[in-house]
Ligand binder design. Structure first.
Ligand SMILES: NC(=O)c1ccc[n+]([C@@H]2O[C@H](COP(=O)([O-])OP(=O)(O)OC[C@H]3O[C@@H](n4cnc5c(N)ncnc54)[C@H](O)[C@@H]3O)[C@@H](O)[C@H]2O)c1
Length: 445
């Protein structure tokens, strides 16, 4: 099929590349001319595992191209994915859906033949109805259908999740559009491993918000249990493992740490909390407020843990912070817990040096006031203690790291606020390991 993807950010760029990989002819539309230039050169403007490989394969072949011209896309494609941003409003009271409304409002009159607009951005319930009115009023042709197809990809796995989604949710405003959606996802549906959920727009909108809210609830739940374990001397890792054996609970999302972050969960939970409160779903609003409260509190708990590990106020400490992106596998630093913790340490007058395999440039752009190291050795050299803030495999799976790091740090003290390392490898190399909600692990060698 000939498809367009409007908005080529963390969702749109992998989605466009995956559609090309699935055999479609794809045009990506992006407002930012620098981004268009970069993508058109076959390289992504951010790090996402496997994305450059797809761009490299499909851009030179002409199957995938990028432009800033919406009319070129309207002319070319029969199906238009809308993947623009929905940031939180400045007052925190729900999403700013200006990019979505703007994109649909601009596209509609340019459509001169029947087409399907497929919304992928995460929106508040009720947005689709508003967009439908815009299309009815402004479409340049009859037969322009709107469907909502929320996206569930995980950053760091965006390419894999776009090619192998576990579900495809489609909220239809007209049954005619179902055929086009089935056709664009035909190679995925033919495999039979992704469930297609065809529903109404309101259900699709709520389903996406409910998914992110549940994930955040699970994360805050185990982090709240970490708080209980800190007070009682219990071990939250064992608690998480033990309760997760029950299939009704499960192990996914149960790793204690400094809480959720990134470009989605914090804003999605905040927007959903506001919206459910607004519509009078007070039980849901109270639950989600508690989820947010726990998430914020864990950051202070992490700061206190670093202080305890150092053994006093941090104003004389030099701290190597490993990780800046909000999670491993992406250079995305939006709402990154790692950077928030680095900021707290920084404001405690600690000297922090941050290293990340992929996101030093993005972090420096956002926080030029912090110090960064391009390589791990420079970050560790002369540090009093080490804080592991993002679970990159370079930090957690490299079994030689505890020994090499021990040679250049002043004290063998690791604060792992992601509960990500194999503690026995570190303690065997002479390290003391501190994790949230767990007893301190002492050196065994
Ligand atoms: N990032 C994710 O992993 C993810 C996962 C699921 C859902 N989502 C949702 O997808 C949407 C996009 O998120 P994102 O993380 O990709 O945001 P992003 O900010 O990385 O990307 C949005 C892009 O859209 C571009 N844009 C805005 N208006 C445009 C227009 N009129 N024409 C062309 N381009 C335009 C912006 O320049 C930007 O590059 C959000 O609603 C988000 O909640 C994101």
């Amino acid at each position: 099929m000939r498809v367009s993807v409007i908005g080529c950010g963390h969702l749109g760029a992998p989605h466009a590349a995956a559609l090309a990989e699935l055999g479609h002819d794809v045009i990506g539309v992006e407002l930012n001319p620098e981004t268009v230039k970069k993508l058109q050169s076959g390289r992504s403007h951010f790090y996402e595992k496997g994305l450059d490989e797809l761009l490299d394969r499909h851009v030179p072949a002409g199957r995938l191209r990028f432009t800033s011209s919406l009319s070129e896309a309207a002319e070319f494609a029969d199906l238009h994915f809308v993947a623009v941003g929905t940031p939180l409003r400045a007052d925190g009271r729900g999403y700013d859906v200006g990019q979505v409304v703007g994109a649909v409002r601009a596209l509609a009159p340019l459509l001169r033949r029947p087409a399907t607009i497929v919304g992928k951005s995460t929106v508040t319930v009720g947005t689709v109805a508003r967009l439908q009115e815009i299309i009815t009023e402004h479409a340049g042709s009859d037969g322009v259908d709107l469907v909502w197809n929320p996206e569930f990809l995980r950053e760091g796995h965006a390419v894999e999740d776009s090619l192998y989604p576990d579900r495809i949710v489609v909220g239809l405003t007209s049954s005619a559009a179902e055929e086009n959606v089935r056709e664009v996802y035909a190679p995925i549906l033919a495999r039979g491993d992704a469930e297609l959920i065809v529903t109404d727009p309101a259900t699709a909108e709520v389903l996406k918000s409910a998914a992110n809210a549940f994930l955040s609830t699970k994360i805050s739940y185990i982090n709240a249990m970490a708080e209980v374990c800190e007070i009682t001397g219990a071990d939250v890792a064992t608690v998480a493992h033990g309760i997760g054996i029950d299939p009704r609970i499960g192990h996914g999302g149960m790793r204690p740490g400094i809480g959720y972050g990134g470009g989605c969960l914090p804003k999605d939970v905040a927007a959903f909390t506001h919206r459910v409160g607004e519509i009078g779903a007070t039980g849901a609003a109270d639950l989600l407020k508690a989820v947010e409260k726990v998430n914020h509190a864990r950051m202070d708990a992490a700061h206190d843990l670093v202080e305890r590990a150092y053994g006093g106020p941090l104003d004389t400490a030099t701290i190597a912070v490993l990780g800046a992106s909000f999670k491993a596998g992406t250079s995305d630093v939006r709402n990154s817990p790692a950077l928030r913790l680095a900021g707290l340490l920084h404001s405690s007058a600690a000297r922090t040096v941050i290293h990340d395999p992929e996101s030093v440039a993005a972090a420096r752009h956002l926080h030029p006031e912090y110090s960064y190291a391009e390589d791990i050795r420079t970050a560790l050299d002369g540090a009093d203690i080490v804080v592991l803030a993002t679970e990159w495999p370079e930090f957690t799976k490299d079994t030689a790291l505890p020994t090499t790091a021990a040679r250049v740090v002043r004290r063998r003290v690791l604060v792992d606020v992601r509960t990500a390392v194999n503690t026995s490898v570190w303690t065997a190399a002479g390290w003391t390991v501190h994790q949230l909600g767990r007893p301190v692990q002492h050196p065994t060698a």
